[in-house]
Design a protein around this ligand. Sequence first.
Ligand code: NAD
Length: 354
Amino acid sequence: MTTAFDSPSFDGHETVSYASCPETGLRAIIAIHSTALGPAAGGCRMRAYASTDDALTDVLRLSRGMTYKNAIAELPLGGGKSVVIGNPATDKSDAFLESLGDAVERLGGAYWIAEDMGIGPEDMEKVARRTRYVAGLKSGKAASGDPSPVTAEGIFRGIRIAVKHKLERPGVKGLTVAIQGIGHVGYALARLLHEAGASLIVTDVNEIALKKAEREFSARVVAPEEIYDAPADIFAPCAAGAVLNPDTIPRLKVPVVAGAANNQLDTPESEMLLKQRGILYAPDYVINGGGIINVAAEIAGRYDPVWVQARLDRLMETLDGVFAEAARLDLPAGEVADRIARARIDAAKLRKAG
Ligand code: NAD
């Protein structure tokens, strides 16, 4: 088994802790990548990982991504993430989730937990019985609820910005968007795009979600593997990570890739493959920051929708600036975004060092 230090995904993470509870069967890894900008915040993902190494790789990559996501969104938060090893459909019980809360509480506020794939707002209510360092709650003083609608709004607005840069069009009317994954974010995004006059091609592994999209948005349904070959104006990955890789990128028939999924690129090098093919890629952690902005409002102790909208507006301005700078310097947009995020993190470290 690999240790965090030996993992190729290790990036100077501040803390990697393994949490277990023999009574409830909990096995989790919590990774804090950086607290330079504030306490680490990031969702909790539950999956039946094939191995502990896979879970470790996931949590190391995701927590690093959160540092960059929070920095680019100008939030007073660092980057962290947790993964729970198990089947979300069968392995969760109240006691199991409470023991996850205990694990978060033991970190004393260095990490704030929220939902991610496999963990929903109702699970967070149970985690919150044991720790106050929880966000994404449905009820309570500052509850922010499901972040997906705000994430979807950011993706929709980000797609319009990408389209302006790449296709010189003012909106999505008359364009075709291929959406991979009609889940919480994908469905809300599909609605916004449909209402704005875009045509949709959709795929999912969930037949019910597909039928709904077909019925409500007149979407054309394709098989999961076919989405990469679908001719469209925009490809919006809204399901799993690592879907942009040397196998899929040569197949894409789109000028723009912009979607919600975290870690869409299998490796940073894959963005260069997209660029070589003339495809504009919206860096995932920039365009999908709406959800963490929503969560940050709750962590701040008072949910203020006006503050959320103002932060989302700023993030969209940043995305616009990233595309402009990338074009000016002939660089991948992800590299430009990374430079901005790193500069903010480094400045915070210097301030802390006095
Ligand atoms: P979700 O679980 O609600 O939806 C994911 C959808 O993808 C499901 O309908 C699932 O059936 C489908 N799917 C799974 N495997 C697939 C495959 N091989 N091909 C096609 N479809 C497949 O998750 P979500 O909350 O909508 O999040 C989607 C992505 O966006 C995730 O990567 C998540 O980490 C990221 N994200 C979500 C938020 C948020 O606010 N929810 C914020 C930022 C990033």
